[in-house]
Design a protein around this ligand. Structure first.
Ligand SMILES: NC(=O)c1ccc[n+]([C@@H]2O[C@H](COP(=O)([O-])OP(=O)(O)OC[C@H]3O[C@@H](n4cnc5c(N)ncnc54)[C@H](O)[C@@H]3O)[C@@H](O)[C@H]2O)c1
Length: 371
């Protein structure tokens, strides 16, 4: 290290010195010769006293100020476990905002005649994205661990569509199917069931996923395996099964994976390392599949939502009110998103409107990841 410092300084002195005209500088170079210690030790103690800002740098002692890292650190005292199924709040389709088909838009946004599968579609973001598919003309298969909730949501989607489109000639078919997306057998069974009911699959949205907010040191290993099993293996298994089906039929199709802004940044203050890593994996799976399946006309993209207000996030905020202020203070738009803010994004990426878009990560986060 000592040797390489000298070599660097010799080379810097020989290349920079002749170009400098200030005599003061040349004299200093001449007198000091080669430096072998870091620059900060060259300062006089008087200079050190005067330079108060040094304490703000790596030259300062850690913990010198209370505010250090205040807005950029996780807090291990925050612990929010994903609720048991019996504790999960239900959610409803978006009422009155889906819109009937009377406003003109690009025909390429239509999903008329297509069949789309939405994993985790019984509630939350998956349910509202399933509604976007229905409103765009597709028949939909909702897949979920909770078949009862999925059945209720499928019925509600059709009911809402009928209410909003009383004169519709075609009312979409929406079916509900059980699957544990982390199990290859369960995934294959549900794919066969869906093809049995709908005859084909053209599109997939993978929304099944969950998070726990637990400090990494204390994260139970069994939960870690379960989280990666659902978020990563589940996305992998469903996507490959649908791609295999499309390739067997020899037709194009498109897949949208629901990642998260947490796949690109580290959220604060709640700790969630395994979730963040799982969503980084989802984002890169989308890119990798996009390349592998481009030859077959299968496009694969990722949507990375920021903080969205679902029934589940409402419950978390009710129990941890301080988080609402911390989260919104870090979002340039200053607001959390609503599930319907994903309706346009998912329709665009599934439809022919995005025919030349593959492997993209569309962040729907109010600008969170920009700062
Ligand atoms: N809500 C947010 O703020 C937010 C932000 C970024 C990303 N996301 C991601 O969006 C997706 C949906 O989140 P959400 O907030 O709607 O969650 P949610 O809990 O409301 O819905 C998730 C659904 O997935 C189902 N599911 C869970 N494990 C499953 C399994 N093994 N097999 C099949 N289905 C299973 C659940 O039963 C549930 O219906 C998740 O991947 C999540 O990580 C959410």
């Amino acid at each position: 290290m000592f040797k390489s410092t000298i070599i660097r300084q010799v080379s810097r002195a020989s290349t920079t010195a002749p170009r400098v005209s200030s005599t003061a500088f040349i004299t200093r170079q001449t007198v000091r010769g080669l430096r072998t210690t870091p620059a900060r030790f060259d300062k006089s103690s008087e200079e050190d006293d005067n330079d108060r800002h040094d304490a703000l740098t790596t030259a300062g002692k850690p913990g010198a100020f209370e505010h250090e890292g205040q807005f950029s650190r996780t807090d291990k005292t925050i612990r929010i476990e994903h609720p048991e199924e019996s504790q999960m709040p239900s959610s409803l389709p978006v009422q009155g905002r889906g819109g009937s088909h009377y406003r003109r838009t690009l025909a390429t946004f239509s999903l008329e005649g297509r069949v789309g599968v939405v994993t985790g579609g019984a509630r939350g973001l998956g349910l509202v994205m399933a509604q976007a598919l229905v409103v765009s003309g597709a028949d939909v298969a909702i897949v979920d661990l909770n078949k009862e909730e999925a059945t209720k949501s499928a019925e509600l989607l059709v009911e809402t569509f009928r209410k909003e489109n009383p004169d519709a000639e075609h009312v979409p078919t929406v079916t509900a199917h059980y699957a544990d997306v982390s199990s290859p057998d369960s995934v294959n069974e549900s794919i066969s069931e869906i093809i049995g009911k709908h005859g084909k699959i053209d599109h997939l949205v993978t929304s099944a996923g969950f998070t726990d907010n637990i400090d990494a040191i204390d994260y139970p290993y069994e939960r870690l395996k379960k989280l990666w099993g659902v978020n990563v293996d589940g996305t992998y298994l469903f996507s490959t099964a649908v791609a295999r089906h499309l390739m067997d039929r020899g037709v194009p199709g498109s897949i949208v994976m629901i990642g998260s802004m947490s796949g690109s940044i580290v959220n604060v203050p709640q700790p969630q390392a395994p979730y963040n890593a799982s969503k980084a994996a989802v984002r890169h799976l989308a890119s990798s599949f996009a390349v592998e399946w481009a030859h077959a006309g299968i496009r694969v993209n990722c949507i990375s939502p920021g903080y969205m207000l679902t029934a589940l996030t409402k419950k978390i905020l009710d129990e941890n009110p301080v988080l609402a202020e911390k989260w919104t203070s870090l979002i340039p738009q200053g607001k959390m998103g609503r599930p319907e803010d994903l309706m346009g994004a998912v329709t665009f990426l599934l439809s022919d409107a995005s025919g030349y878009v593959t492997g993209a990560d569309l962040r729907v986060d109010g600008g969170y990841t920009l700062t």
